[in-house]
Design a protein around this ligand. Structure first.
Ligand code: AGP
Length: 607
């Protein structure tokens, strides 16, 4: 997520802006910038790609004693990480920083012919839109902001200043947090309170649909409909770490719990609920090119590989004549694998920098196969080298163990499969159930997380002294079990391995003894009877069985964790939430480092 800071007061704006941006670095970013205004309206705009130190190097030669300014750390969503795409963006006398996604920025841009655009960002479009009301003096800055926001679709948290009036900052939010720090003859702004700690203990949390005019000694808040809002000043949390983790103890738990929001961002603007169809612009394949696809190769490592395996099962269910092969990048890049000409390769990577996946991409491109990225990090190497792509927009994933990216990658690939099926003329009646469940998924995820969290925590405590585990599932629950086993092994160091339930009797059943517990996924309506007999096989050997299920279940297992949801197709996605939380609580019980497990890196840029 991007970070916003703002300062208006009697001290030095540049000092606060830089220190505030540093406090927000944990949110992840790829460029940064600040703008300050002198009392006479002289502007000092500094922006830099990469880390804040690059911005500080520019600042060293541009020191000012200005008393008003705004700043931003950018996590790219529209347009590569670069100085020209970094915020603040200018339009006339206006300078704007923005968090969020303006969905209709392309349509709005068409109406702003007078503005000479210098970036690829949706933010510059918003700046130009505000200026289209402000530039000719018809509206004050706050009123111009309101007029513009009334035309915007999407999410925003913004701060704007004008060189014509270097006394005030206008802020507004809808879907992207903003907090106003209240001090003595100074008013501060930030995306979250971590930038305010040490500067003030009092804050006003702006609500969606509110606009505020901030001066050093006055704060005026209104709704977009000009109704006055009485500001509620609250005490802020002064524990920095707690704020940066959104109040959670670890980033991992924060990222597990924010999956309703992160998946919502993945789906944003890509589903026509009424028509029951999906629309992915990024892959850049025409209807006829989509129609011709006969073979999908899905390439990834670790969690990305598991997301591809899971998506592959779903895609085969609703797309006729398509074969799907999901491969481990570090293996595939050295195989002499032939890819049929009527293929497309999906390149899956949260970081977009994984060396093995990147190497695979380059090998596949040499065969002239179209490559589509399923990536989170905008402007990453893989994102730049694929032929087309779909960003999953889950925001930075800080914890080494990938969670929210998995869910969004799997669903993004299912949506790509749906676009192929739509182009191939698959009956809407076949596809609609998938689309309808995807639309419901964010709120179902919220419900399951809230339902199971405490139960999973207590079950995990019962097994925390185990060092071995077997994870079991069939069909779409099998790649889910694989992902769950990876989560457990990579943060709790338990030797957890997943097997297709039907494979048990071909060897792994020999493992079952008191050293192991068995985590078994029992989805309703997905080979249920077979799975029940598989569970019986384990019980008959004295297994310590935990069942995760959304079905009726009454076998004498040690623990049952029930998922209550009316989703059937994507029940394994919901079951995976239990496995994520189970790995988390096992690791907490063992006292290990949840966010930075031993031996691992968040992005494996070496082979
Ligand atoms: C997942 O929890 C691991 N951190 C790891 O397996 C990761 O999924 C893998 O390294 C791929 O990373 P990427 O998605 O950034 O390419």
């Amino acid at each position: 997520m991007c970070g916003i800071v703002g300062y208006v007061g009697k001290g030095n704006a540049q000092d606060f802006l830089i220190s505030g941006l540093k406090r927000l670095e944990y949110r992840g970013y790829d460029s940064a910038g600040i703008v300050t205004l002198s009392s006479g309206g002289n502007v000092t705009l500094l922006r830099a790609e990469g880390k804040i130190v690059n911005l500080e190097n520019k600042l060293a030669k541009n020191k000012r004693k200005d008393r008003i300014g705004i700043g931003h750390t950018r996590w790219a969503t529209h347009g590569e990480p670069s100085e020209s795409n970094a915020h603040p963006h200018r339009a006339g006398n206006i300078y704007l920083v923005h968090n969020g996604i303006i969905e209709n920025y392309k349509e709005l841009k068409e109406t702003l012919k007078k503005h000479e655009f210098k970036s690829e960002t949706d933010t510059e479009v918003l700046a130009a839109l505000i200026n289209s009301f402000y530039g000719d003096g018809k509206y004050a800055l706050a009123d111009a902001v309101v007029q513009a926001l009334k035309l915007v679709k999407g999410t925003y948290g913004i701060a704007a200043v004008s060189a014509k009036n270097p006394e005030e900052i206008v802020v507004a939010r809808s879907g992207s947090p903003l907090v106003i720090g209240v001090g003595n003859d100074v008013t501060l702004i930030a995306s979250d309170a971590s930038a305010l700690v040490g500067h003030t203990k009092h804050a006003i949390y702006l609500n969606d649909g509110e606009v505020a005019v901030i001066k050093k000694d006055n704060i005026e808040i209104k709704t977009l409909n000009a109704e006055p809002v009485s500001a509620k000043v609250e005490e802020i949390e002064t524990n920095l770490a707690a704020i940066q983790k959104g109040g959670y103890e670890h980033f991992l738990l924060k990222e597990i719990m924010e999956q309703p929001e992160s998946l919502t961002e993945t789906l944003r603007g890509r589903i026509n609920k009424k028509a029951g169809t999906v629309h992915l612009g990024g892959p850049g394949l025409s209807e006829s090119e989509l129609r011709k696809i006969k073979h999908l190769v899905i390439v990834g490592c670790g969690t990305a590989y598991h997301a591809g395996l899971l998506a592959g099962y779903f895609i085969e269910q609703f797309t006729p004549e398509i074969t799907v092969e999901t491969v481990i990048a570090s293996e595939y890049r050295y195989r002499n694998a032939y890819i049929p000409k009527d293929s497309v390769a999906l390149i899956v990577s949260q970081s977009g920098e994984t060396a093995d996946t990147l190497a695979c991409l380059r090998e596949i491109k040499k065969q002239g196969i179209p490559t589509i990225g399923i990536v989170n990090a905008i402007g990453s190497t893989i994102a730049r080298e694929v032929d087309g792509g779909t960003y999953v927009h889950v925001g930075p994933e800080i914890s080494v163990a990938s969670t929210k990216a998995f869910t969004s990658q799997a669903i993004a690939m299912v949506m790509f499969g749906l676009t192929i099926a739509q182009a191939k003329g698959v009956k809407p009646g076949v596809l609609r159930p998938y689309v309808e469940e995807i639309v419901k998924l964010p709120e179902e995820i919220r419900g399951v997380l809230n339902d199971v969290k405490e139960k999973v925590k207590s079950v995990a405590k019962q097994y925390f002294d185990y060092d071995h585990a077997i994870y079991l599932g069939r069909d779409t629950a099998y790649p889910t079990a694989m992902e769950g086993a990876l989560k457990l092994k990579e943060i709790s160091y338990v030797d957890a391995n997943a097997y297709a339930f039907g494979e048990l009797k071909h060897g792994p059943l020999a493992l079952v003894d008191d050293r192991f517990f068995e985590m078994t996924l029992v989805p309703e309506g997905i080979l249920y009877d077979k799975v029940i007999s598989n569970v019986r096989e384990v019980l008959a050997r004295g297994g310590h069985v935990i069942v995760v299920t959304n079905a009726e279940f009454d076998l004498p297992v040690e623990n049952i964790i029930r998922i209550s949801s009316d989703l059937k197709i994507f029940a394994p996605i919901l079951m995976n939430l239990v496995l994520q939380l189970f790995a988390y609580y096992m690791t907490v019980a063992k006292g290990y480092n949840v966010d930075q497990p031993r031996n691992l890196a968040k992005s494996v840029t070496v082979e």
